[in-house]
Write a protein that binds this ligand. Structure first.
Ligand code: HEC
Ligand code: HEC
Ligand code: HEC
Ligand code: HEC
Ligand code: HEC
Length: 311
């Protein structure tokens, strides 16, 4: 048995205030731990915005998802120890005296395989609204798991140190839940000018998110379309028009759905225009609202002619 060779258990896992700490996992799962540290999950309790919105943690009903004992049990309950690590390794993986995970592996601790780690059930208790949006999405989005987009697979050693010599590399889902790459493939921008209605239409299509764009509702992230209309004649003022998409007011865009900003143009003289369209993502943190990420951009040139004079 492989256990005899390399896997004798050296870690007795236990949940609870005196149980296994999150830092213990770092001893052997170094690269996964570093990824987790960079994720939103690691800051789910310490986030300044969360502190503000809960009146300095006074709102107890907010805590179970942001600092849970375990996500393996319903209903979620609030962890009252080691709270700073928020949604951590222990809360997602440990139940009672064993680690739960996606695979059947021979670990240095008791590990129980649980297939729910490989589908939306791993996220459902906390991201319930997003899971519902995904279920209602049209094909092929409704068949993709959250992990397929948010935990892209890499091949690596799951455990570091001595285990690296003893074990083969395995498929492993990234744990940083990084949005940057996803944001770039999420939306398609298209521009068209209709010379009959004299209207510029700028359309944003959700082509990459398997749920509404944006999906979050708690910190209310916002996707904003900003269009600058510039005249070829130098020195003229630039016209700016904006449109915002958010779950806060029901304007978020469904998968394969679209939103259109129409800009009617009414001038007395012919004008050459260049439209610069930018799609920006404003994350949760109000404090850093200025640091938006560019999701897409597109420039478009068109000639405006005023209506012919009436007799
Ligand atoms: C003493 C080293 C060590 C410590 C400490 C440790 N692990 Fe592991 N863990 C391993 C090894 C070794 C494997 C198997 C790796 C392999 O097969 O490539 C493993 C596998 C796993 C798996 C995959 C199991 C499955 O069923 O898919 C998970 C999840 C996991 N560990 C989570 C944790 C968590 C959470 C902690 C902290 C509570 C932790 N580990 C602490 C060594 C350790
Ligand atoms: C125990 C509750 C819990 C579970 C389980 C959970 N999340 Fe989260 N997740 C949160 C909370 C709370 C936040 C907000 C964290 C913050 O930014 O402060 C969050 C944030 C995120 C973010 C945004 C990260 C960012 O940078 O803004 C993504 C993406 C995400 N989760 C995906 C997932 C996926 C996919 C799963 C399932 C594999 C999952 N989560 C499981 C609670 C959870
Ligand atoms: C059902 C689980 C759940 C509960 C309960 C919950 N949250 Fe969240 N919260 C999340 C998840 C998941 C995210 C990330 C995605 C999203 O916004 O849907 C999040 C994100 C946030 C964010 C943005 C990220 C951050 O941490 O800065 C804030 C702020 C926030 N929640 C505040 C609250 C407040 C205030 C309450 C109580 C009124 C609350 N949450 C209750 C699951 C929950
Ligand atoms: C938000 C919940 C969540 C948190 C927090 C989390 N994990 Fe995971 N973990 C998962 C899910 C879901 C999978 C299955 C991903 C897959 O392979 O598609 C997984 C898989 C794993 C695996 C098996 C190999 C792999 O990557 O698929 C190991 C080992 C592991 N996690 C260790 C850790 C450690 C160590 C931490 C803390 C640094 C941690 N996890 C934090 C949800 C979580
Ligand atoms: C087809 C790929 C895909 C799938 C499947 C997917 N997502 Fe996303 N997700 C994205 C993209 C792209 C973004 C960035 C654009 C956006 O914010 O909508 C994103 C953003 C997010 C965000 C943070 C920003 C926001 O919009 O609030 C959260 C939280 C999130 N996803 C959770 C989930 C959960 C939970 C699931 C499973 C039900 C899931 N995602 C399934 C592609 C996907």
């Amino acid at each position: 048995m492989a256990t005899f060779l390399v896997g004798f258990r050296i870690l007795e896992v236990e949940s609870g205030p005196k149980g296994t700490s999150n830092e213990t996992c770092a001893d052997c799962h170094r690269s996964l731990y570093r990824e987790w540290q960079a994720s939103g999950h690691a800051g789910s309790y310490t986030s300044p915005l969360f502190q503000k919105r809960t009146n300095g943690y006074a709102r107890k009903d907010c805590l179970p998802c942001h600092v849970p004992v375990t996500s393996q049990q319903t209903p979620l309950t609030t962890r009252t120890w080691s709270m700073d690590t928020g949604v951590d390794c222990v809360s997602c993986h440990v139940l009672r005296d064993a680690v739960r995970g996606p695979y059947d592996v021979d670990s240095a601790h008791r590990a129980i395989q649980d297939p729910r780690f490989l589908d939306n059930r791993a996220c459902q208790q906390c991201h319930g609204n997003t899971v519902l949006e995904a279920r209602e999405a049209i094909s092929p989005f409704n068949t993709k798991t959250c992990q397929s987009c948010h935990m892209p697979i890499v091949k690596r050693h799951l455990a570091s140190g001595l285990y690296q010599l003893l074990r083969k590399k395995k498929k492993s889902g990234r744990h940083d839940f990084n949005l940057t790459q996803l944001l770039r493939g999420a939306a398609k921008l298209s521009l068209g000018y209709d010379s009959v209605s004299r209207t510029l239409a700028v359309t944003v299509e959700n082509v990459g998110a398997g749920h509404k764009m944006p999906t979050g509702s708690h910190g209310a992230p916002t996707v904003k379309l900003v269009v600058f209309l510039e005249e070829s004649e130098p020195g003229r003022p630039v016209i700016t028009r904006e449109m915002a998409f958010s779950n806060r007011d029901g304007t978020a865009i469904s998968p394969k759905g679209a939103g259109t900003l129409e800009i009617p143009i009414r001038r007395a003289v012919p004008v050459s225009y260049t439209a610069h369209a930018r799609l920006l993502f404003f994350g949760n943190d109000e404090v850093t609202r200025t640091a938006a990420e560019v999701m897409a951009q597109q420039d478009y040139h068109f000639e405006y002619y005023p209506p012919p004079p009436e007799y």
